[in-house]
Ligand binder design. Structure first.
Ligand code: ATP
Length: 220
């Protein structure tokens, strides 16, 4: 690993989720240490990743020996083994790893990980399922929900917005959402201003409380 270990990340558990995280870090040129307890997985990944080791991550002494306590962040990508997932997050927390991300398989698992010391917990299947439900039932083309019930969506415009400057549509007062950016066909996204006139065929980035954004994308 490189000299500055605080910029490096530990990726623990090389199932589908952990492998996707590690591949993306590699693509971004980030330094990372991949850990899995199964030797056959480590051997499979050894050609692809520069630093991959076989170890039981639930053991704090093992993590310390590997230098994980000096890294800036860790991602715990162990899902189905609840005990291993919780003990690994606990070990990382006790070692003082500044940023701990973890994967949970359900809400109860998520709450346990948060209480054990994970700073960010994701539920990939549930999160993806919610996104698909939004995309399949409204005009949304993409949907990102932040932790606090606030969302950003990519959507086509409803008729009420077309042909007038945004300031004339009173979109914030009426719908509680803000048009953040606009993309004309064939052009790039630009910031929306009060003078922006929305046209049919435009694509919008709209932000606001999730429920209001949902209602807005259901307008005809
Ligand atoms: P996926 O991301 O494929 O959905 P999953 O949620 O089913 O995975 P698991 O298969 O339980 O998660 O675990 C992912 C990986 O974590 C496995 O390759 C497993 O060997 C590894 N793993 C499990 N326990 C430990 C541990 N204590 N230390 C290190 N790695 C572990």
């Amino acid at each position: 690993m490189a000299e500055s270990r605080i910029d490096a990340v530990a990726v623990i558990g090389l199932g589908r989720f952990g492998t996707a995280v590690a591949r993306e870090l590699a693509r971004m040129g980030r330094d990372f240490l991949a850990i899995d307890e199964r030797m056959e997985i480590v051997q499979q990944m050894a050609d692809e990743f520069a630093n991959v080791v076989q170890a039981d991550a639930t053991n704090p002494a093992t993590l310390k020996r590997l230098g994980v306590h000096e890294l800036g962040a860790a991602v715990v990508a162990i899902g189905s083994d609840l005990e291993a997932s919780v003990l690994t997050v606990l070990a990382l927390s006790e070692l003082g790893v500044p940023v701990i991300w973890a994967k949970a398989v359900n809400e109860r698992h998520k709450r346990i990980l948060q209480r054990t010391g994970a700073h960010h917990v994701v539920m990939p299947e549930a999160d993806r399922g919610r996104r698909v439900a939004h995309l399949v039932s409204t005009r949304m083309m993409d949907f990102i929900e932040l932790d606090d019930g606030y969302a950003f969506v990519k959507t086509t415009p409803p008729e009420v917005l077309v042909g007038r400057p945004l300031s004339d549509t009173h979109i914030r007062e009426k719908y509680g959402v803000t048009v953040v950016g606009v993309k004309r066909p064939g052009a790039c996204f630009t910031y929306a201003t009060e003078a922006t006139v929305i046209e049919r065929g435009d694509i919008l980035i709209v932000s606001g409380p999730t429920e209001q954004v949902e209602r807005f994308t259901q307008l005809a």
